[in-house]
Design a protein around this ligand. Structure first.
Ligand code: FAD
Length: 440
């Protein structure tokens, strides 16, 4: 199967990484991307400006030789720093060791490195400003349209849909009998704002943490960038609940921020312009089944499992898809259909779990992180992790700092919780029994 001709729709994070992996494995790869070449036009506008990459993502990046390069462009974050309305802060570490940090990386910079890595291979070709406008998953073939409106049909041995949450390739598969599909939106929207570097070129707030201003149904977060700025994201619910509308006038926006995030306002000199000019994004979860069609067409990343960003795992999961898909291709060298089935079987149940965890984590980040109970629990988890490193691992650690499949991580965390509750219960009973023995 080495030497097959792969056509990849989408040169985003997953598509560019897979092109590099397929190219390194000796396949011929053509990538079609609707945006301009970022090497000429600069990073494209899009979802988030930066994103957190953790162990799963770095494992895949290391496989194509980019681990060190991306670590050098990243700002490590060792925990969350929560800001209350009075400007008081509370720190909560992500883990128990120095390497338990998630890395804030520029999305555009990461995408550029992946494209450069893949395009350096003689058997990989990128075609920009070529949008997939039609697709036949049986052939397989796609129709791509260039900037001038001319269409071209491109055939392949295998077609990969890596064209994001609103995938054109997936849309063509949706018409096939037996293909299940669902998308659901959270009521919250998001909007990106900026904390620029201080006038002396330094960071205005701590750069080694993820800042959160949790306010119940909404929150502000800030992730550091290498240029000493922070990308800030406001996640907020419909106007009627938070009293803020995307189209609101500057006075109301200023008043809202002053009331909710008074310590953040002085850090954002361009707040009102950013709020006015930056688009509001939607938060979508996509699920579908199956992710492949007759050994001819296969989906990866957001195209088959977009998740909301509250576990910082969407790109990590897309990268992990690439690792698993490449392993499945290696394990089934002459049978694409078996390879795609193995890939789907290995990934689908786990990213379904991730989708649920990501939705649930909105409440954790926007609300529970400030509660004393939550902070006590996190402390207890870290004490147990230190005392019993081989048997107790907190869920967040397994998701962010290990490659344990998401579903297995959740099962293990639930088992640990049950044991903990029984142990606490037994300890309580023993204490009561001991007290009674002394008294009677
Ligand atoms: C606000 C926000 C914050 C996030 N933060 C994190 C984080 O901290 N950590 C994390 O791991 N994940 C994060 N994510 C999720 C992450 O962005 C995605 O999961 C990841 O980008 C998925 O990669 P992908 O390659 O599947 O899709 P994308 O990166 O979306 O790439 C799809 C590519 O396909 C192209 N394309 C689309 N349609 C066509 C077409 N018809 N023809 C040709 N090309 C096409 C697009 O232009 C794009 O280049 C975040 C997401 C959001 C919205």
């Amino acid at each position: 199967m080495s030497g097959s001709r792969f056509v990849v729709a989408g040169a985003g994070l997953g598509g560019a990484l897979l092109a590099a992996q397929l190219g390194q494995a000796g396949h011929r790869v053509e990538v079609y991307e609707r945006r301009p070449d970022p090497r000429k036009s600069g990073p494209a506008e899009g979802k988030s400006i930066n994103l957190a990459i953790s162990t799963r993502g770095f494992h895949a990046l290391e496989q194509v030789g980019l681990g060190r390069r991306i670590r050098d462009m990243a700002v490590p974050m060792r925990g969350r720093l929560m800001h209350d309305r009075m400007g008081e802060t509370v720190f909560q570490p992500y883990g128990t060791t120095a390497d338990h940090t998630i890395k804030s990386v520029s999305r555009g910079g990461l995408n550029l490195e992946l494209i450069r890595c893949a395009d350096a291979l003689p058997n990989v070709v990128f075609n920009f400003e070529q949008a997939c406008v039609g697709c036949d998953p049986d052939s397989p073939a796609i129709t791509v349209r260039d900037g001038a409106g001319s269409d071209l049909e491109v055939t392949a041995d295998v077609l990969v849909g890596a064209d994001g949450a609103f995938s054109a390739v997936r849309r063509s598969m949706q018409r096939r009998t037996g293909f299940d599909y669902s998308q659901s939106f959270l009521p919250q929207s998001y909007k990106e704002l900026t904390i620029p570097a201080a006038p002396d070129g330094s960071y205005r707030i701590d750069p080694d943490v993820l800042h959160i201003w949790p306010r119940g149904g909404f929150m502000l977060i800030a992730l550091p960038n290498l240029d000493k700025s922070f990308t800030v994201t406001l996640f907020w619910p419909p106007a009627d609940t938070a009293g803020l509308d995307a189209t609101e006038d500057s006075g109301k926006v200023q008043a809202f921020f002053m009331e909710q995030f008074p310590d953040a306002v002085p850090l954002m000199p361009d707040l009102l312009e950013d709020f006015r000019d930056n688009p509001a994004g939607a938060l979508v979860t996509v699920r579908c089944d199956p992710w492949h069609h007759r050994g001819k067409t296969v989906l990866l990343g957001d195209a088959c499992h977009a998740v909301v960003p509250f576990y910082g795992q969407g790109a990590n999961a897309a990268f992990e898809d690439c690792t698993v898909l490449m392993a499945a291709l290696a394990a089934h060298p002459v049978d694409m259909e078996a390879a795609f089935r193995a890939y789907h079987h290995a990934r689908k149940p786990h990213v379904d779990v991730l989708a649920d965890l990501a939705i649930a984590n909105f409440r954790v980040m926007s609300e529970r992180v400030m509660s004393r109970r939550f902070l006590m629990r996190k402390k207890l988890e870290h004490v147990l992790e230190r005392l019993l490193p081989s048997s107790y691992v907190p869920l967040y650690t397994m998701i962010s700092f290990s490659r344990i499949p998401y579903g297995d991580a959740l099962r293990k965390a639930r088992r640990q919780d049950r044991i903990l509750k029984c142990t606490a219960g037994a300890a309580g009973i023993l204490a009561i029994a001991a007290a009674l023995t002394i008294l009677l």
